[in-house]
Design a protein around this ligand. Structure first.
Ligand SMILES: Nc1nc2c(c(=O)[nH]1)N[C@H]1C(S)=C(S)[C@@H](COP(=O)(O)OP(=O)(O)OC[C@H]3O[C@@H](n4cnc5c(=O)[nH]c(N)nc54)[C@H](O)[C@@H]3O)O[C@H]1N2
Ligand SMILES: Nc1nc2c(c(=O)[nH]1)N[C@H]1C(S)=C(S)[C@@H](COP(=O)(O)OP(=O)(O)OC[C@H]3O[C@@H](n4cnc5c(=O)[nH]c(N)nc54)[C@H](O)[C@@H]3O)O[C@H]1N2
Ligand SMILES: [Mo]
Length: 784
């Protein structure tokens, strides 16, 4: 990487993650949100008993929290919610919906919190103020005219266990299992892969395991930006000299070095903690080949050890007692020669052997992973390859070992636990029917990709959204957006304005709800709620801040209002009582899922929360065969969709990812500090050799075009090239701007997670449009 780059807003970042840069970035955000007093006061209560659970990521909250248990991005998420800025009805008097569609994501949310219920008025093309009662009545009437199968109930992953349970009950009492959620774009590859391999849909690692582990493998997760609180247990592990071996096409700063911004000694001293002890810049989609290479090295070491009469490298006793399928797996490992594994992973045999040596001498190994594994055509197999690796040495079901998917939204795992799923076979049907007096629909519902297909073919006519920004998060934006015009009903329960609100269809309502940090007082009683984190721990929390407006309602109150206006009342769900007392909803959850939630009302107060039962962590395998299962991947090419006839050398694999200044479709700002980009998101990171080979130069403006299905033009641009430290043949650009490049059908087999981390594209020369030029000019002001 050279220090002088023709793009003025790009300067390679050389400090550690965390540190003063982190503190500075938070201060800027507080200033902009005009939340200099409210947010710092709230931060003392973040992730604390009787405080609120962070609205950002799903990483575990410790039982003995630090004085300040939050990170840079958690603080930003808090400031974002507690902003003093307001998007009230007056804002919509000034702007038509068509005009707002031209704004970018940052500008839309930057005007602050929604304050009053709004109805779309097609005559004036504006949102107009309405009353809650009118909104509920009209939405109920609208839902009654639609067939249940035509309506979709989306959930984004932030809502509490109580809200989520109520939401799925409403959808099912209405008559549909159409319950897609954000995990359909995220960790569904985990839920499918782990269920089949080890009999649980979730990870087996808890925070305590970090204290016992003696080796950590990290695949495709950007901890420094997306789950920074995890840097603390990682830093502690490094103090015990635990090796951390990372596989990532990019050298992500948080995976390299970290300064704890809450440690005065580290902040003033020169020290930073080295996080990764080995860093392997695997090619995009090359992880299956990389893990296969490690397995091959282990197998060779095992043979040698047995020949020499030494202790075997593989755990043969564990494999014999607890697993099946090992012979087929090892035969597959033998079948692939090193040259093929090297070519496909982009890593050398010696690099993979070095990883294998550390793995072999460690007794308790954890594998941590994220979207770099799940968002591929073969995302499910990717996850199962990680399990294969762990099973070779019995690394599941003992302290300090196991598999650790890092979930995204703060309750996305919990939503699935309490019934947000399109598959009725995954919910306790009889219990629901006997307790609530309605029949659970039998027909399988629509998940996210099916919902998009239904939008395109016109079979989806109603869309209810419990948070999120569906249209911006899904693939194929340019095909999906026009399809929204066909909606009869679009109901959005949200805290801030986003693009999904600006494609109203025939009728639309925008219902502003309390954020998690805000106090929810019902009938004079302050309500508490619960969420499940990424490690399967259920925590209680309580909003503490004053609501942004006195017209906001809690999510449970909004669902109750719509349900009562829609259903005929024959269901035995006490909507009113539940709205007024979340403890009653918890009692219902405990009745439907007693194994997980018995005595929830007392157990939720335990420090660190209570843990859901995880049979795999006890080496009980609830799989089809009663064993943990080695799975043979279909092949080493994770992404094989390239248009025939295209010159393969002209095609590069694009991953779409997050900057350090965003939460999914919420763009906090235009900086990506750790990657050295300031003031813009209109960039593509490419290897310098590819840039030159393809006839471009760093700083050039280009358009990316999807290299599959040539009859459909999918392109995004103009973007400016940054020559970057990324393997040849690979490129990276930002989500959600690049979503138009991802074909809807280009998703993981079986889990249907859009393959957003590997989109084959070609790079065409382009001229900057006026808007792009303007941004680039403003961006270059940042550093000059
Ligand atoms: N501040 C902040 N926090 C967040 C979010 C946010 O947007 N902002 N989003 C939340 C959500 S919903 C989620 S799901 C998580 C997402 O958190 P991550 O799982 O970290 O997701 P991404 O930012 O998309 O980055 C994926 C990482 O995978 C790497 N990668 C891409 N392709 C490959 C590959 O083929 N192989 C390997 N080995 N690596 C690859 C990329 O270089 C990148 O470092 O974070 C959650 N937390
Ligand atoms: N190309 C590409 N596409 C991707 C991804 C990728 O890596 N690449 N990642 C995918 C992943 S992992 C995910 S999880 C999805 C995310 O998809 P979503 O979960 O649908 O999107 P978010 O951006 O998290 O939603 C933000 C909106 O939620 C609303 N909101 C915030 N807080 C609350 C609240 O407390 N209550 C309510 N009711 N509303 C609230 C606000 O109005 C805000 O505008 O995107 C996916 N799409
Ligand atoms: Mo996610």
């Amino acid at each position: 990487m050279q220090l002088i780059h023709p793009v003025a807003f790009y300067r390679p970042y050389t400090s550690a993650a965390g540190g003063w840069g982190s503190a500075h970035s938070v201060m800027r955000m507080l200033w902009r949100e005009q939340s200099l007093f409210k947010t710092p006061a709230a931060l003392f209560q973040q992730n604390k008993p009787k405080g609120f659970a962070c609205v950002s990521c799903a990483w575990a909250k410790p039982g003995d929290p630090h004085a300040l248990e939050f990170c840079e991005n958690g603080a930003k998420a808090t400031a974002w919610e507690l902003t003093s800025l307001k998007t009230g009805p007056g804002f919509f008097d000034q702007h038509t919906v068509s005009e707002l569609r031209d704004w970018d994501d940052y500008e839309l949310e930057q005007h602050g919190r929604l304050t009053a219920p709004l109805r779309y008025d097609p005559e004036t093309d504006r949102y107009r103020s309405t009353t809650w009662e009118d909104a509920f009545a009209a939405i109920g009437a609208g839902l009654k005219t639609l067939k249940p199968d035509e309506v979709v109930f989306y959930a984004s992953g932030r809502a509490s266990l109580e809200t989520s349970f109520m939401y799925q009950l409403f959808a099912r009492a209405y008559g549909t299992n159409n319950l897609p959620d954000s995990s359909n774009m995220c960790h569904e590859s985990t839920s499918v892969g782990l269920q089949e391999s080890i009999g649980v849909p979730v990870g087996t690692v808890t925070l305590a395991d970090f204290e016992h582990t003696d080796c950590i493998f990290f695949f495709g997760q950007n901890v420094g930006s997306n789950s920074p609180r995890m840097l603390h247990p990682l830093q502690d592990a490094r103090k015990r000299h635990v090796p951390i071996i990372t596989f990532n096409p990019l050298r992500e700063r948080g995976l390299e070095r970290f300064v704890n911004p809450q440690s005065p000694r580290q902040m003033i001293g020169p020290d930073s903690t080295v996080i990764s002890t080995q860093y392997h810049q695997v090619s995009i989609g090359g992880d299956t080949a990389a893990v296969m290479g490690i397995a091959k090295a282990l197998l060779e070491m095992d043979r040698l050890a047995v020949q020499r009469g030494e202790k075997p490298v593989l755990d043969h006793d564990f494999i014999a007692e607890h697993t099946d399928g090992v012979d087929a797996f090892l035969a597959d490992v033998e079948r692939h020669p090193w040259v093929e594994l090297e070519r496909r992973s982009g890593l050398s045999r010696s690099a993979l052997e070095a990883a294998a040596v550390v793995y072999a001498r460690s007794e308790r190994v954890m594998v941590i992973y994220g979207m770099g594994m799940t968002q591929h055509r073969h995302g499910v197999e990717n996850v199962q390859m990680l399990v294969n690796l762990l099973l070779l040495r019995g690394n599941i079901g003992k302290p300090g070992a196991g598999i650790c998917p890092v979930r995204g939204h703060s309750n996305v795992q919990g939503q699935r636990t309490v019934g947000i799923t399109e598959d009725p076979a995954k919910v306790p049907k009889e219990k629901i029917e006997s307790l609530f007096g309605f029949k659970v629909p039998e027909r399988k519902g629509r998940a996210t990709v099916d919902t998009c297909e239904g939008m395109l073919d016109g079979s989806v006519k109603g869309f209810i959204s419990l948070g999120g920004n569906f249209i911006r998060a899904v693939p194929d934006t340019d095909r999906m957006e026009p399809a929204w015009a066909g909606l009869a009903l679009n109901v959005q329960i949200a805290t801030k304005l986003n693009r999904s609100h600006l494609l109203p269809g025939a009728s639309a309502w925008l219902l502003p709800c309390l954020g998690r940090i805000e106090q929810d007082v019902q009938d004079g009683v302050e309500q508490v709620y619960t969420t499940e984190d990424s490690t399967g721990c259920v925590h209680v929390w309580q909003g503490r801040a004053a609501p942004a407006s006195d017209q906001l309602r809690s999510e449970t109150a909004i669902i109750a209002g719509i349900a009562q206006a829609t259903l005929d009342g024959s269901e035995r769900v006490p909507w009113d009582a539940w709205r007024g007392d979340a403890a009653l909803i918890r009692a219902a959850i405990a009745s439907v899922y007693p194994e997980m939630f018995h005595d929830m009302e007392t157990r939720m107060w335990e420090p660190g929360g209570f843990h859901r039962p995880l049979p795999a962590a006890r080496r009980e395998w609830k799989t089809d065969t009663g064993k943990a299962r080695f799975k043979v991947p279909q092949g080493l090419d994770e992404d094989d969709d390239v248009s025939p006839g295209l010159d393969a050398r002209a095609v590069i694999q694009l991953m779409t990812l997050r900057s350090n200044d965003q939460f999914n479709t919420t763009v906090y700002g235009y900086d990506d500090r750790f990657r050295g980009v300031h003031g813009t998101r209109r960039v593509v990171f490419m290897n310098r050799n590819d840039v030159v080979r393809l006839g471009h130069a760093p700083g050039d403006w280009v358009t990316l075009r999807t290299a599959v299905e040539p009859e459909v033009l999918r392109e995004v641009g103009p973007l400016q090239i940054i020559a970057y430290d990324i393997p040849e043949g690979c490129a990276a650009a930002y989500y959600p701007e690049c979503n138009p490049l991802v074909p809807l059908w280009h998703h993981a087999e079986r889990s249907k997670v859009p393959a957003a981390k590997s989109v084959p594209v070609t790079v065409q020369a382009a001229l900057p449009d006026a808007r792009a030029k303007d941004r680039a000019l403003r961006a270059s002001d940042h550093l000059i």
